[in-house]
Ligand binder design. Sequence first.
Ligand code: ATP
Ligand code: MG
Length: 328
Amino acid sequence: MSNRILTGIKPTGQLTLGNYIAVLKGLPKQMEKGELFYFIADLHALTLPIEPDVLRQNSIDLAAFYLAAGLDPNRATLFLQSDVSAHSELNSIMQNYLYMGELSRMTQFKDKSSKMKENAIGLGLFAYPVLMACDIILYDAKTIPVGEDQIQHVELTRDLVNRFNNRYGEVLVLPNYEVKKVGARIMSLSDPKVKMSKSDPKGDIFLKDDLSVIRKKIMSAVTDSGSEVKYDVENKPGVSNLLVIYASMKDITVEEAEKHFEGYRYGDFKREVADAVIEELEPFQNRYKEIIANKSYEKVLQEGAERARKVANETLRRVQKAIGLLGK
Ligand code: ATP
Ligand code: MG
């Protein structure tokens, strides 16, 4: 079987540089490595309250961003999660094979629900990893490129696959996560102790920000005491984060970035980090604007949904048969 690579982003807000580095930047290289299934996780976006118009606009933006990042619809499948009903159907099966205890240990659930009142936390937020496991399983995906924060969910999917296969035979493919060596966790520019997140924007660089705003945000990023540009997450989280951003943009290691900035002052260092980000995002933003204007994402999503449905329905049928559901 070919190497299927699957990844998704939730249309919960404006995409950040963290999302770009985790998923979008590597897209052209991924196309060389296997058969890509990239999706817009719109059902997952419902796990926190969102206005219909905002959800619609975010989903369109996300489709355009995938295309602007180099997704070639002739070689990869791009689709909306809600266009493939097998995700929800498999979800109603798999929720019986993951347990309350393991779901309540998920860091992301704890983080996201900690600021909410108990009676406002939707069941979907708690059960989100079940649906995510289904997203992965349906495509027999072997490789899941993610940021560090999603490793726990892919590991849970592996537990589910092993549990299921032990009981029913080799029905499901065991997935592996793939995390970037550099940039697995981009931090907020205003508080480098917290992750850059689109649903909780704080010191984020948004992919749609004006280039002048991006420069301003980087120039006013929190740096640390001292004056040396050194990678030291404990004592210099702000500087370290900027070094990681620079290294990701240039496709070099953090050590190489550190060497490059030896003897720099913070101001000059930030200016070059801003240059690197802008150099990368300027052509990307231009492609995005073109795609939004010509609406080429519409046909891509329609054809993508057809291809995705075929693959997903086959897996769903395999699961239904294995567990004893009658049917065609
Ligand atoms: P939300 O706040 O809605 O959870 P998010 O920014 O965390 O938004 P997701 O849609 O949850 O984005 O995740 C999309 C992908 O981006 C995942 O692979 C995730 O691991 C990755 N990702 C998210 N934030 C970062 C970050 N700060 N650094 C690196 N990767 C990230
Ligand atoms: Mg997230």
